[in-house]
Write a new protein. Structure first.
Length: 247
């Protein structure tokens, strides 16, 4: 039996080396430890609704389904092209709702800067750090979008008696989302939020200030997930902080 296990491990190692060297593809365990920790935290805190703020085409929602999350997902994406793809990706999932607007500190309209790679699009102006480390994040056009405060729509989302988790990935606009959610945060259990060590967008607050802000709102940092880094220097620029209220 031990010899068989050894042979299997040796074969798997050879396959992994082939993909790594010959094809430039790395084989890794799925889910990763980081993703396993995320789902463990969701289960531990009995999360049954995720508000996916800054959904783009639904990458995060798709990941959560792959991880086995069966609760409700409510995604918000303001850009028309990205929203159409998001709508299609969520169309066969009865427990995944999508809305074509952004969340922020006010109700009305705003202008978003659309990046070449789509995912780096932002309501804020970029700083040189962004395109220096990721040329594909260059802004190429603008679009007028709708924006809402979470406080303005929270009741309409029918979240009464639900345990809510906010995922906020709005390319530097995260603080504005929180400002528009002052009342709603009383009914939120957990937050996953993009945090900048080195800001890529003008007006973004840094990791330490965001952590202090969330601590003051009653949320405590339980985990950090890897994020954007400078591909030339390896310097970490952003991470996702995962915060929860005490049980």
């Amino acid at each position: 039996m031990n010899k068989l296990i050894h042979n299997n491990k040796s074969t798997l190692l050879k396959i992994k080396r082939f993909f790594n060297t010959a094809l430039g593809i790395e084989i890794t365990k799925y889910p990763t430890d980081e993703l396993s920790r995320r789902i463990a935290l969701l289960k531990h805190h009995n999360i049954d609704v995720i508000l996916d703020i800054g959904a783009n085409i639904g990458q995060y929602g798709g990941d959560m389904r792959n991880l086995g999350f069966t609760g409700e997902i409510i995604s918000f994406e303001p850009m028309k092209k990205a929203f159409k793809k998001l709508e299609k990706n969520a169309s066969k999932d009865a427990n995944w709702k999508v809305y074509n607007y952004s969340l922020g500190e006010r109700d009305g309209q705003a202008t978003i800067n659309i990046a070449k790679n789509s995912v780096s699009s932002s309501l804020l102006e970029n700083l040189p750090q962004l395109t220096d480390s990721a040329p594909e994040a260059k802004f190429i056009e603008k679009e007028t979008i709708e924006i809402r405060k979470l406080d303005s729509i929270f009741e309409d989302l029918n979240l009464k008696n639900k345990t809510v988790y906010l995922k906020i990935d709005t390319q530097g606009y995260e603080e504005m989302v929180l400002l528009g959610a002052e009342k709603s945060l009383d009914l939120v259990k957990g937050i996953q939020i993009e945090m900048a060590f080195v800001p890529s967008y003008r007006g973004t607050i840094t990791f330490d200030k965001m952590k202090t802000k969330l601590n003051n709102l009653g949320f405590h940092l339980l985990a950090i997930e890897n994020g954007f880094y400078d591909k030339k220097t390896g310097k970490q620029l952003e991470v996702d902080g995962v915060f929860y209220k005490n049980k």
